[in-house]
Design a protein around this ligand. Sequence first.
Ligand SMILES: Cc1cc2nc3c(=O)[nH]c(=O)nc-3n(C[C@H](O)[C@H](O)[C@H](O)COP(=O)(O)OP(=O)(O)OC[C@H]3O[C@@H](n4cnc5c(N)ncnc54)[C@H](O)[C@@H]3O)c2cc1C
Length: 505
Amino acid sequence: MDDDATDNHLRTTTGPHAERQAEHHAGDRARHHAGDRAGDHAVVLGAGMAGLLAARVLAMRFSRVTLIERDELPLGEAVFRPGIPQSRHVHVLWSRGAELIELMLPGVTGKLVAAGAGLFDSPRDFLWLSPADWFGPVSGSRVLLASRELLDTTVRAEVLRNPRVRIRAGAAATGLVAGPDGRTVSGVELRGGERLDARLVVDATGRSSKAPAWLAALGHPAPAVTRYDSHLGYSSRYFEIPDDPGRRWQGMYVQGRPELPRGGVLVPLDGDRWLVTLVGNGEHAPSVRDEEFLPFARSLRSPALYDAIRSAVPLSSPTAFRNTANEWRHYERLERWPAGFLVLGDAACRVNPVYGHGMTAAALAAEALAKEIRTLNPAEIAAASRRIQRRTLATAAVPWQIATSEDMRYPVTEGPAPDRATRILQRYMSRVMAGANTDQAIASRFFGVLSLTRPPGTLLDPVTMVRVLSRRHLPASPHTTAYPAHHGPPVRRGPSAERGARRSA
Ligand SMILES: Cc1cc2nc3c(=O)[nH]c(=O)nc-3n(C[C@H](O)[C@H](O)[C@H](O)COP(=O)(O)OP(=O)(O)OC[C@H]3O[C@@H](n4cnc5c(N)ncnc54)[C@H](O)[C@@H]3O)c2cc1C
């Protein structure tokens, strides 16, 4: 599927005219299925990003879409909830994800920005030390930075503006209901024993998905699983943004390297805060003790992040996240698949979050879902579940390739050994990263791929290959400067710095 066809599809299916058309067609089908309670009803389990976007797309073809969410959802408030524990850690929405979500929910970006989200050019607006060296002031890709709570609340509100979509918060799915043949899916069972009939059930319950066990209960085999675990640990903490009129960057990313697998990200968030996430692999995983946060920041490859936060006032204690393994449940390989069931988002394939791809991957799967169901009625969609499962899961291939091939550089990573092609690609990508630091043409292509906007083959076209391979410097053991040439250390500290110093004393 090429980008144009995809975008055209979304454009034509999300405009007001198309919306009316979709409603008209779905209305016809609803009438067609009158009397069949499940016929025009889709149930989506989990109101995370994958579930919300799937509900939005399904509302084009189903006259009723019910989102089932285990958490209670405080209306309109962008607050923490236990079902999305990762929200306390940095979330970057790459341009491809932001564009797709905007296509599905026109106007959502403006609402996010009005509520305090920021749109930046990465890496130009950041201080970014790649495994090779500092990025110069090159332009790459647009990123949207916001708290995960704001992203979810805003996207949820937009999805629920569609009268076909309803949400039941505080309701947990506990299993699938089998159809008359015992193997297809005709609904879902909720905690407490209640059953909901549905033509289609979508599992978007994230990494805690019980789909393999639910399928087994219907007599289907469990999927094979491929797993790469780089044992990456997160520790994150909010800070007041210290006054510094001389600061010329908006955020910061100091990446680790295999021989010093420690890094840190600093982003500005809605609410005039910084969120700082420290990461490390294996024994380098950062602790959550208050007193160890700054020393860890000081131990990175550059003092820049430590310099930025050492006098900043912390607004929270650090919180941890540990289970960051890449995990692909190969539902696409199963020879039998129940009609009326799909698994989307992290529930099907999750990738190491450090590359920032999970939400964009959810948007890509929703886009594929939209394309697959474009001309089908609800009964046909249910019957086509196996094909739709394969096509939606196929969209995870590029984020998976990026995350696993990068993770495989780290000796601590557990998983199938890299094949020869992957090893060659890794060496080539080392050169690409070095080139992208300063070469605008390489940077544009590199960030096109990293933002999931361009296919990886973009980096292998002859012109790019010549530029990449002709570079003299390979980043085998770079001697990076403490700060990039275009930005030195902070020269003076504002009053909030003194406040911070007093508070932590
Ligand atoms: C530490 C960390 C950092 C990350 N950083 C980024 C980033 O920078 N950029 C990015 O794009 N992605 C990032 N991600 C990934 C991103 O959070 C997810 O990939 C993305 O949101 C898609 O998730 P999902 O909707 O599939 O699942 P989730 O977001 O996990 O949502 C699942 C939902 O299902 C609900 N649920 C669970 N069980 C049930 C049940 N039985 N019944 C009903 N509801 C249920 C949960 O309460 C939750 O609301 C990060 C992830 C982690 C862990």
